[in-house]
Design a protein. Structure first.
Length: 341
């Protein structure tokens, strides 16, 4: 029977809910909603997305090779990657609650595209194979390496995309000069669409605070926007905050390479605010400090600053100056998170 309305799925024991639309599998719908159920291959082979149907009706839509035992079948176990919801359902399934719950992974994807975001930043789009998905929390990092047999080189970069689309991984790669061989090859044109790239990860604990309903301030400098982009998209997908302010400081004119995206969020969302600012930088050595000064001036007028969760990303000097100022302003340590790019 054709289902005309989305089916609502409730996961126990967390109580989180999501909707299944059209021909989506339970796993696809959960990931689209920003949830992180346990899964591996996503194609019915490994069995890691096993869940128990508590109530409601599901239907198998894809072939599976994983052999459920007779006892598991009798207890209504099924694979989320191969079943869709026919009615509203309640299931029991494992979910990742923290970065520690996600195992280290290694896979090989292919470069789908390389595009210049600005003079000093490249957008690298990696597409993983259908049977290989990178599980990660928004805000985490991955190590990228050449996977075609050439001389080894790798670099660790924040993932700029949302975990809800784990097949398409986006990275904002800065021009790293001689100290970053992977970046040097990317900017030199040696990494092209179709090339295999090894992806290892995820790493890092710069993630959204679990179950917090506080308003959010995202504060970043230059390519510190990359993990913030991931966090914003995830926060929007799970409706994690009623109010979001994004303040993005850059150390050069034209450095807001995703300014149009930020303005689109502002236009589309009732309580999203974008505060871009440019630091006047006389010398590279003081860029981070001046960017921090510009950003702090931009957010000083926020009336509820001390009541927000604050996420800070950027160069070390920027992060250090912003975190010190926020702590001195009386923001509790448990409301602050930071990562150095």
């Amino acid at each position: 029977m054709l289902r005309l309305m989305p089916a609502r799925v409730t996961i126990r024991p967390s109580g989180r809910e999501f909707q299944v639309e059209g021909k989506e599998t339970l796993l696809q719908a959960a990931l689209r909603a920003g949830l992180l159920p346990a899964y591996g291959c996503g194609s019915g082979i490994c069995g890691e997305c096993k869940a128990r149907l508590v109530s409601g009706e599901v239907r198998q839509t894809q072939h599976i090779d994983y052999p459920l035992s007779e006892a598991e079948k009798a207890e209504n176990y099924m694979l989320m990657c191969s079943h869709t919801a026919v009615t509203d359902v309640v299931i029991e399934a494992l979910e990742a609650d923290s970065p520690a719950d996600i195992p280290a992974q290694q896979l090989v994807g292919k470069v789908r595209s390389v595009a210049r975001l600005d003079a000093q930043t490249m957008l690298l789009h990696i597409r993983t194979q259908r049977s290989q998905r990178l599980r990660f929390f928004a805000g985490q990092r991955a190590t990228l390496g050449i996977a075609d047999g050439t001389a080894a080189c790798s670099g660790e970069y924040p993932i700029a995309s949302c975990p809800c689309d784990e097949h398409n991984l986006l990275f904002h790669i800065p021009c790293g000069g001689d100290g970053d061989e992977f970046s040097r090859r990317l900017f030199g044109g040696a990494i092209r669409p179709g090339d295999p790239i090894e992806v290892r990860g995820p790493r890092g604990t710069f993630v959204l605070k679990k179950d917090s309903s506080r308003a959010i301030l995202f504060a970043c400098c230059d390519t510190g926007f990359a993990p913030i982009n991931s966090l914003v998209e995830h926060a929007l997908s799970v409706d994690a905050a009623g109010s979001i302010t994004l303040c993005w400081a850059v150390t050069r004119a034209g450095g807001h390479y995703a300014g149009n995206l930020c303005r689109a969020w502002t236009d589309a969302l009732d309580d999203f605010h974008y505060l871009p600012c440019v630091a006047a930088v006389a010398a590279e050595a003081d860029a981070g400090t001046r960017a921090a000064t510009a950003l702090l001036a931009a957010v000083a007028g926020l009336p509820d600053l001390a009541a927000r969760d604050v996420y800070v990303a950027g160069p070390e000097t920027f992060v250090g100056a912003v975190m010190t100022a926020l702590q001195q302003a009386g923001i509790p340590a448990e409301q602050l998170a930071a990562t150095v790019i």
